[in-house]
Ligand binder design. Structure first.
Ligand code: GDP
Length: 418
């Protein structure tokens, strides 16, 4: 019996030894036995070489099959889930130059004015061609008197300089217009210290509030601290519109109650700007023409009261709508009789076929166009660059198709005299 028990125990032990041996053998296949630290380091060094493998001599690679390069742009890879699937990388649009911007936005003026001028001389320097040129300039709002002067002057120079081709005459016209526009000082004046004051005037609907908003947005983006004064207290909507622009631009808006004295609001605006340490105050004024006399009296008072506090305004900007042509100029004269206007903001130049208004403003009003509105969005304001303007006006018409398609783009024009 004892022998039998001993035999069973021996068998059980034997079986256990065999099972344990088998298990450890299995574990050895699936998992590495733990290594002592030194051994681990040595083992890891063997597995992961610290230096990159040497670059093979190209001669050794001859005949060796090279891995295929994956084209990341290949649309066939887009759905495969491979590392080469199409990746979307946003490439920022290159900044647009002022010249390019003018070209894009003056499509309408170019296709009527530029094309007509070139067309006039297509048959050479005939009397008919000169008459066509006159008609084109008058139609483009250059003004009758200015047109006669320009065309007479051009004809004499063409004769004196022995110019025989239509292209030569067009080139000379460009030069004459460039010289005509080059004489003006288009600086937007700033105070070296303290709060610069720009008073903005103009008839309602010309784009006064929009232009103030655009100026404010540009100025704050340039690091200016801007305050807006809503001195058109006649229309609540005007102050509300200015508040929206102020919010967008990050500029405080000072407004009064409806019907409050506009001069008092302008005064408060200056006080607030001073207290805030703002370096630019833009004052929006009323522009209803129904009662011209009282409107002008009001504007005069706003300027006087403001200047008593702030000293002379650094700019008195008159906003004119380019699409109103010679009518706009007649309206402008009423403002000029009341306040010393230092510059014109010519809006809606994008919407007019009559680019000649720029020449008329300078000739008839003797005021430089300092800023131009080239659309409704916040970026659509540019300092007026005569060369870019003339190039855009006379630019080849075949570019118009491109210009129409990318006219929605906007880019930065240069700083507003900052
Ligand atoms: P305000 O009454 O003089 O203050 O005129 P607003 O600023 O309210 O502008 C009148 C309209 O003209 C609005 O619809 C503006 O979006 C639009 N506007 C202003 N400036 C421009 C511009 O440069 N181009 C175009 N196309 N529209 C403009």
């Amino acid at each position: 019996m004892d022998l039998a028990i001993e035999l069973v125990i021996a068998i059980v032990i034997g079986v256990l030894v065999v099972v344990a041996g088998g298990l450890s053998l299995l574990r050895g296949r699936t998992r590495r036995p733990p290594l002592a630290d030194a051994e681990t380091a040595a083992e890891l060094r063997k597995q992961a070489p610290v230096a990159p493998p040497p670059v093979a001599d190209p001669r050794e690679l001859e005949g060796v099959e090279r891995p295929q390069l994956i084209d990341l742009e290949d649309p066939a890879l887009a759905d495969t889930g491979t590392p080469g699937g199409t990746s979307v990388v946003e490439v920022p649009a290159p900044p647009i130059t002022p010249a390019e911007r003018f070209r894009q936005r003056l499509t309408r003026a170019r296709s009527s004015f530029g094309t007509s001028v070139s067309g006039a001389f297509r048959r050479g320097l005939t009397d008919e061609a000169w008459e066509d040129l006159e008609e084109t300039l008058i139609g483009a709002d250059v003004g009758v008197e200015a047109t006669t002067e320009l065309v007479d002057g051009l004809r004499s120079r063409v004769r004196a300089e022995g110019i025989r081709t239509g292209e030569g005459a067009v080139a000379l016209l460009k030069e004459v217009l460039r010289l005509e526009l080059a004489v003006a000082d288009r600086t937007l004046h700033r105070r070296p210290r303290g709060t610069t004051v720009w008073l903005v005037t103009g008839v309602n609907g010309t784009g006064k509030t929009t232009s103030i908003g655009k100026i404010a947005a540009r100025a704050t983006a340039n690091g200016d601290h801007v305050v807006l004064a809503a001195a058109d207290t006649f229309r609540a909507a005007a102050a509300e519109q200015l508040e929206l622009w102020g919010e967008r631009a990050g500029a405080r808006v000072v407004r009064g109650a409806e019907g409050a004295d506009p001069a008092a609001v302008a005064f408060d605006g200056y006080q607030a700007a001073r207290a805030d340490g703002a370096n630019l105050l833009l004052v929006d004024t009323a522009g209803r023409l129904q009662n011209k006399t009282s409107l002008m009296a009001e504007l005069g008072k706003v300027k006087r009261v403001l200047e008593r506090e702030s000293g002379p305004c650094d700019e008195v900007l008159l906003v004119l709508d380019a699409t109103t042509g010679q009518n706009g100029l007649a309206q402008a004269k009423a403002f000029l009789d009341t306040v010393d206007v230092s510059g014109v903001v010519l809006t809606k130049l994008d919407g007019t076929a009559k680019g000649g208004i720029v020449v008329a403003i300078q000739r008839q009003l003797n005021i430089p166009v300092k800023l131009v509105g080239l659309g409704e969005s916040v970026d659509d304001l540019a300092e007026f660059d005569p060369d870019a303007f003339i190039e855009a006006l006379f630019g080849p018409a075949e570019q118009d198709v491109d210009a129409e398609t990318d006219a929605g783009g906007s880019g930065g024009a240069s700083a507003l005299g900052a």
